[in-house]
Ligand binder design. Sequence first.
Ligand code: NA7
Length: 293
Amino acid sequence: MRVAFVGLGIMGRPMAANLIKAGHEVSVWNRSPGKEVEGARLASTPAEAAQGAEVVWICVSDTAAVEQVLFGPNGIEQSLADGMIIADSSTISPAATRRFAERVGKKGVQYVDSPVTGSKVGAEAGTLLFIVGGEEQAIEKLKPLYAAMGKKIFRMGETGKGQSAKVAMNLQIAMIYEGFAEGLTLAAKLGVDPGTLIPLIHASMVKSGVVEYKSPFVLQRDFTANFPLRLMRKDIGLALEAAKEARVKLPGIETVEEIYEVAMEDGHGDLDFAATLMLLEKWAGVEVKTQAA
Ligand code: NA7
């Protein structure tokens, strides 16, 4: 298929590379120069990337960035054509997604929100999970592309519901990790080695995919970004915004949001969200560090 890929960040770049590997004809665009994908045609604007494409895939930071690449100067809108499909793998506002879909829909373009879960590792390995909102028939057409970049798709309903489900998912990831980090911090302060505690966690009902994924990084104190803290903070904001619109009270994540704000102020925004642990450590005056080699 002819695919335009807009946004070559931590996630977008390996996703576009996997489309090429699967034999698709790919044009790419990124806001800052210097990011390219081997085998792809490099476009100078989003409009140029989208020219003649059957599918335009977006993966940029946030709601404002998606709006910009779609409707800003030299935006994708200029190249919309009847029958085209836009798939958005950014995690953004569900309400804005519905607005964007309505606007492109007037030109005969379908919009399938396709946020992902699986972080950088999943993007590189082509094992992402896609959380999808849109018309069945459009999703059907996108299946070879999902297959090239991921291992499974979950359709949540019509356009916007992929994003709604995604923000609910990331709320849980942030809270599960926070529980893990607080448990480690308290245990460390009480003199329990995390290298001893973590096997207990894995053997008990406390175990979780989040803990399993993050614990090796925490034990090695490797906080380089798989999923940057600043983006998890954005997703917490999206969950709270959606909750406010729906008149839902979420006291736990409201508190976690404050921790992310202080962690950002401490300069940890570009580290992995696992680095929220460092703030708890600072407050506790302890470092979660294993004595085991
Ligand atoms: P990154 O690595 O921070 O990459 C973000 C990308 O978005 C990167 O290509 C940015 O371009 C691009 N971006 C950001 N703002 C804009 C605007 N205003 N216009 C155009 N392009 C923009 O994020 P990830 O790849 O980890 O994540 C992407 C999404 O997936 C995000 O929603 C996550 O929550 C899930 P740059 O290179 O900085 O010029």
